[in-house]
Design a protein around this ligand. Structure first.
Ligand code: SME
Length: 137
């Protein structure tokens, strides 16, 4: 999946809105899959710059969601052994896959500096956000 520049600008606006309006969303980004290369690529984000702009399938929380096609809620990142740390301030993470025509093409990834902040409401909300984003791709 290769979102257009315009789609990336719109997704950046979505990231900024979520990061500024939700207290427990400290870093928000969209990764997209290159299924041939089996890698995820960061296309839009709000929050601190990250070194992890390319993530192999299977690696970290993001890479696991690329292969599981399922939401991954991490209440405590320290309890995960397959985890890629982006910032020492991060306590928790949620990753929700983004589907287009039934295919897992990417994901929204959110880091929180608050321990165990994510509920099923976040999952339903982020599933809806991804459905809306899929419409512009
Ligand atoms: N923590 C993620 C890596 C991406 S950073 O959070 C932006 C992971 O374990 O996949």
């Amino acid at each position: 999946a290769h979102p257009s520049t315009t789609a990336e600008q719109k997704m950046t606006a979505v990231c900024e809105l979520l990061q500024t309006s939700m207290d427990h969303y400290d870093w928000v980004g969209f990764y997209f899959a290159n299924h041939e290369a089996q890698t995820l690529h960061l296309k839009a984000y709000a929050g601190e710059e990250t070194d992890h702009t390319v993530i192999p399938f299977g690696k970290g929380i993001c890479g696991q969601v690329a292969v599981s096609n399922a939401n991954f809620v991490v209440p405590d990142v320290k309890a995960q052994d397959n985890y890629i740390a982006c910032s020492i301030t991060v306590k928790a993470e949620i990753v929700v896959p983004l589907f287009k025509n039934g295919k897992n093409i990417g994901q929204i990834d959110i880091d929180s500096n608050t321990p165990d902040p994510f509920t099923s409401e976040d999952e339903r909300f982020l599933e809806w956000v991804n459905e809306e984003v899929a419409k512009i791709l």
